[in-house]
Design a protein around this ligand. Structure first.
Ligand SMILES: C[S@@+](CC[C@H](N)C(=O)[O-])C[C@H]1O[C@@H](n2cnc3c(N)ncnc32)[C@H](O)[C@@H]1O
Ligand SMILES: Nc1nc2[nH]cc(C(=O)O)c2c(=O)[nH]1
Ligand code: SF4
Ligand SMILES: [Mg+2]
Length: 232
């Protein structure tokens, strides 16, 4: 008899969604282990290697336990969740349970084979991330009007790069939301790709100056709790 599918899981937690157009909503998070990128600013290095194997049923059981009551919104994140073959199997199970399923992905893994009910929040890696050449631009053709694209910016140069991507690929016409978030240099003294990080007020001024139809956001959960805390 074949063994049941499993996933390497870093943490399962119940929190307030801190990013995307659903920021502010209660959300169940399933963070998977492992990533093939090393973004200069990554705030979740602990998920690169820490975690254990769980069956898909055990993950859903753990989700019900940590939520401790009714829940609808769930986000698969990581690490890079799409590196694990059975991530899509789990997301399909969650969608079959009637959940609203988000996946947070770097855009460096193909998104075209996912269950069509899954909402993709794809993070196009900026030059300041140091992983810009890993973007699979073919993914842009598979995004639909429910999906979201995020640019996490470290500098003015990143902003100008994102502005060019938005215009050249006509992203406003293709995806539900374009989100711009300044890298929050949450780790004291973190050298972010050679820049001291980006003040959100500067980013706001640039967006207004350019009349860019994007949504400015930060990471709400880092304003609520310790920015370096896990499980929130
Ligand atoms: C930890 S990653 C995991 C999912 C996936 N690997 C990705 O990069 O989208 C989740 C999100 O956090 C964002 N992020 C990571 N570090 C950040 C920081 N220091 N400031 C703002 N956003 C950050 C990433 O851009 C990503 O969109
Ligand atoms: N509260 C909270 N919201 C989030 N949205 C995306 C997250 C992520 O790490 O992918 C995240 C996270 O780590 N915590
Ligand atoms: S792709 Fe996501 S998890 Fe991987 S290093 Fe970049 S921000 Fe961190
Ligand atoms: Mg996070």
């Amino acid at each position: 008899m074949s063994k049941p599918p499993t996933l390497r899981v870093n943490e399962v937690f119940w929190s307030i969604q801190g990013e995307s157009t659903r920021a502010g909503l209660p959300c169940l998070f399933i963070r998977l282990t492992g990533c093939h990128l090393r973004c200069s600013y990554c705030d979740t290095e602990y998920a690169f290697h820490e975690g254990g194997r769980m069956s898909l049923d055990a993950i859903i059981e753990r989700a019900n336990a940590v939520a401790g009551g009714p829940w609808d919104l769930v986000e698969l994140t990581g690490g890079e969740p799409l590196l694990q073959p059975h991530a899509n199997t789990l997301m399909t199970m969650l969608a079959d349970l009637g959940k609203t399923v988000l996946v947070e992905t770097s855009g460096a893994s193909p998104i075209d084979k996912l269950d069509p009910r899954i909402i993709r929040i794809m993070d196009l890696k900026t030059p300041g991330s140091g992983e810009c050449d890993r973007n699979l631009l073919a993914n842009l053709d598979h995004l639909n009007e429910r999906d979201e694209i995020k640019f996490v910016l470290t500098s003015r140069a990143d902003y100008e790069w994102a502005r060019t991507m938005i215009r050249d690929h006509r992203l406003v016409e293709r995806v539900h939301a374009i989100l711009m978030s300044p890298v929050a240099a949450m780790k004291p003294g973190l050298e972010i790709a050679g820049t001291p990080g980006l003040a959100i007020a500067d980013l706001a001024a640039w967006i207004l100056e350019d009349h860019l139809p994007v949504r400015l956001q930060s990471q709400l959960h880092k304003l609520i709790w310790d920015p370096n805390a896990r499980g929130v």
